[in-house]
Each structure stands twice: as structure tokens, then as C-alpha cells.
Ligand binder design. Structure first.
Ligand SMILES: [Fe+2]
Ligand SMILES: [Fe+2]
Length: 193
């Protein structure tokens, strides 16, 4: 290699590597989206994504239960919020399941052990305020564990990381919705007494 070519290679490592990338992409095409450049530990990523999937499914079930059980003065607006969250958690679950398939695996949707795989809990709650509080706790657990998953994925699997970042932003919004609901109910209750 001439001195100029060596300099060019240093300056444009990506352009020089494109032929090699193309060659490697043709190998193992049965692996679909998983190429040789996939830097993450695939087994760990799949385990972590299946745990996130279980977390979402448990959240769907808990929000659905709360939606059907919501009663009292504030029940209508709160129930609407529960239903909206349930549907959004289902959307998250679908995204995660799709990503697991893209990574060449199968989503674990078995009810067996779902609660063990899930980070958040399924708490029914007796009153409307109980339910909102439990949902807020579950959101805060999801926020913490998703943040950790994002840190773990780092630059090794940017697609999964970006997906988890989008979901995390939505969980933060859910937590804020619930905090606002609790505040509103507490204030109105003060006025009644
Ligand atoms: Fe979610
Ligand atoms: Fe959420």
C-alpha cells in the first residue's frame, strides 16, 4: 500500500471497509438482521428483552384489571388513563417481541413464569388511589430496569437500545401522568373535608 493510500485508509476507514462488510453480509444470510458486526452478547440481550417483554405483559394485565375495577368519583377519568396505559404497554410488548424475532429468536409469551421474568409486580389494589400508587411503583421499577438495559446495550446493539429508549420515554410519561392523578385526587379530597 502506498503512503497516500494508507493515509486515505486512516481517514476513511468506513469507505475502505465497505467491501469487507458487503462480503460478510453475504455470509450467514440465514441469520437475518444479526451480522458479524453484532457486538452484543446475543444470549444476554435475548434474556433481557424477554424480561422486558414479561414486564410489559404484566403491566398490561394490571392496568386492564385497574381499568375494569376503577370506581368512585374520579373513576371515569382515571379509568380512561388506565386503559390508555394498558394499550401503550401492549404496544411496547409488541415492539419487543418483534425485535426478539429480528434477532433470530422467539418471544417468550408463556404464562408459565411470566411473573418471575417480569421486573414489575402485579398488585390489584383495593381503592382507586391504591391502584394508581401501585401503577406508579411499577412504572418506576420499569424506568429503573430499562435505564439499566439501555446502559448495557450501549453501542453493541444500537437498534435494541433505541427501541428501549423510546419505551423508557413513554414509561416516564406514564409515571408523570400517575403522579399528577394522585396530586389532583389529594387536592380535591382536601377541598371536600
Ligand atoms: Fe411499557
Ligand atoms: Fe408504562
Amino acid at each position: 500500500m502506498t503512503k497516500v493510500a494508507a493515509q486515505q485508509k486512516q481517514q476513511q476507514p468506513f469507505l475502505n471497509d465497505i467491501l469487507e462488510i458487503r462480503r460478510r453480509a453475504r455470509e450467514h444470510i440465514e441469520q437475518g438482521a444479526v451480522t458479524d458486526g453484532y457486538k452484543a452478547d446475543r444470549a444476554t440481550v435475548l434474556r433481557v428483552l424477554n424480561e422486558a417483554l414479561a414486564t410489559e405483559i404484566v403491566c398490561v394485565l394490571r392496568y386492564k384489571r385497574h381499568y375494569f375495577m376503577a370506581s368512585g368519583i374520579h373513576s371515569q377519568s382515571v379509568a380512561a388513563e388506565f386503559l390508555e396505559h394498558a394499550n401503550e404497554e401492549q404496544g411496547h410488548a409488541d415492539k419487543i417481541a418483534k425485535r426478539i424475532v429480528e434477532l433470530g429468536s422467539e418471544p417468550n409469551l408463556s404464562p408459565d413464569g411470566m411473573l418471575t421474568r417480569s421486573h414489575s409486580e402485579y398488585v390489584e389494589g383495593k381503592t382507586l388511589v391504591d391502584m394508581i400508587r401501585e401503577d406508579l411503583v411499577a412504572e418506576r421499577i420499569a424506568i429503573e430496569s430499562y435505564r439499566e438495559i439501555i446502559r448495557y446495550l450501549n453501542n453493541d446493539d444500537p437498534t435494541s437500545r433505541q427501541m428501549m429508549e423510546t419505551i423508557l420515554a413513554n414509561e416516564e410519561k406514564h409515571a408523570e401522568d400517575l403522579r399528577t392523578l394522585l396530586e389532583t385526587i389529594a387536592q380535591e379530597e382536601k377541598h371536600h373535608h
